[in-house]
Structure formats: C-alpha cells, structure tokens
Design a protein around this ligand. Structure first.
Ligand code: ADP
Length: 162
C-alpha cells in the first residue's frame, strides 16, 4: 500500500490545499493530511478547529485521513509507515524553504522522499495568510475557501477583529 503524508499548518484550509489533497489521493492508496502543531507559533484557528475545517471540506475524498501531530514530520511519517511527503509549490519563494525542509527530513529519515506538486495556476496566489487578511477586513473569501466553511471562518476572524 502506497502511503503519503501532507503536512502543513492549514490556518485555515484553502481551495489551494484541497486541490493538492485531491490530486495526491489519486496517486496514493492512502494520504494523511496532518495539521502540524508548532509550539512556537500562535495560529488563528486552534488545532481542533483546523482539523474540523479540513474534515468538513474533504468528505468526498475517501482515501484521505485528517489528523494533528505535535512533533517532527519525519517521526509522524514513521508512525504512519509513510515514505513520501507531498508538498504543494506555488512559486520560487516556496522553493527555498521547502528545499531546506526536504533535505533536513532526508537527514532525519533517509528513506523519506519529498515530492513537490506544482500548484494549480488558479491558486498560485492563494495562501492561508491571504484568506486571513481578506477576512479581517470583511472581504469576500468565497473564491478562496469552500462555501461550507466560509461563514465559520468569517465569524471567527471578522467578528474578533471588530
Ligand atoms: P500556507 O500557510 O503557506 O498556506 P501550509 O503550511 O498551510 O501553508 O501549507 C501546507 C502545504 O500546502 C504546503 O506544502 C504548501 O506549500 C501547500 N500549499 C498551500 N497553499 C497552496 C496553493 N495555493 N497551491 C499549492 N500548494 C499550496
């Protein structure tokens, strides 16, 4: 069975993430999307909220499981018996950071491969930060996140900022 993991902060999940997850699930038998908990960062959405938002918008993907993890990506991969990390690449700016991470993960676990999946050009500009910034000022985020989670995101961010 070919197993892959898609780690990230997903604060919150966007259409860009979902596109990468859907495409990953066509290539692997099982994909774990994992909300990585970083104790040095304060996310806008709690870990549980981020996991729930991803679950809500990926119900149609049957070989996908959503989890959270406090620790190293390499250790999570080991726990799941996964040998592949899939990362989405938007632009050259993503590359430098991702390249460094990929090499570090390879040092930690030599049989762990990182695959870069090129973004759908429709979502090239899209990040969780863009969504949060637009939501902060009451802009329409419907183009960026699935409609079923739009209100939940707006209620959390827009109201809080006012
Ligand atoms: P961000 O906060 O930058 O959106 P995350 O850590 O939540 O990033 O992202 C998890 C993974 O999804 C990363 O591999 C990231 O490069 C990828 N990703 C995020 N947005 C997009 C997008 N619009 N297109 C392709 N990949 C993306």
């Amino acid at each position: 069975m070919k197993i892959a993991i898609c780690p990230g902060s997903f604060d919150p999940v966007t259409k860009g993430h979902i596109d990468i997850l859907e495409r990953s699930c066509k290539l692997f038998d099982k994909v774990y999307v994992v909300v990585m908990i970083n104790p040095n960062k304060t996310p806008t959405f709690s870990t549980a909220e981020r996991v729930e938002l991803i679950k809500k918008v990926t119900k149609h993907i049957h070989n996908l499981e959503v989890e959270s993890y406090l620790g190293l990506v390499a250790d999570y991969a080991k726990e799941k018996n996964a040998h592949t990390i899939i990362k989405g690449l938007r632009a050259v700016t993503d590359f430098e950071y991702e390249f460094q991470q990929a090499l570090a993960n390879k040092k930690l676990k030599s049989d762990l491969e990182t695959l870069f999946m090129v973004t759908n050009q429709e979502y090239m500009y899209l990040s969780s930060t863009v969504v949060r910034e637009i939501a902060t000022f009451g802009g329409d985020i419907e183009q960026f996140v699935p409609v079923e989670i739009k209100d939940e995101i707006m209620n959390r961010i827009y109201k809080k900022e006012r």
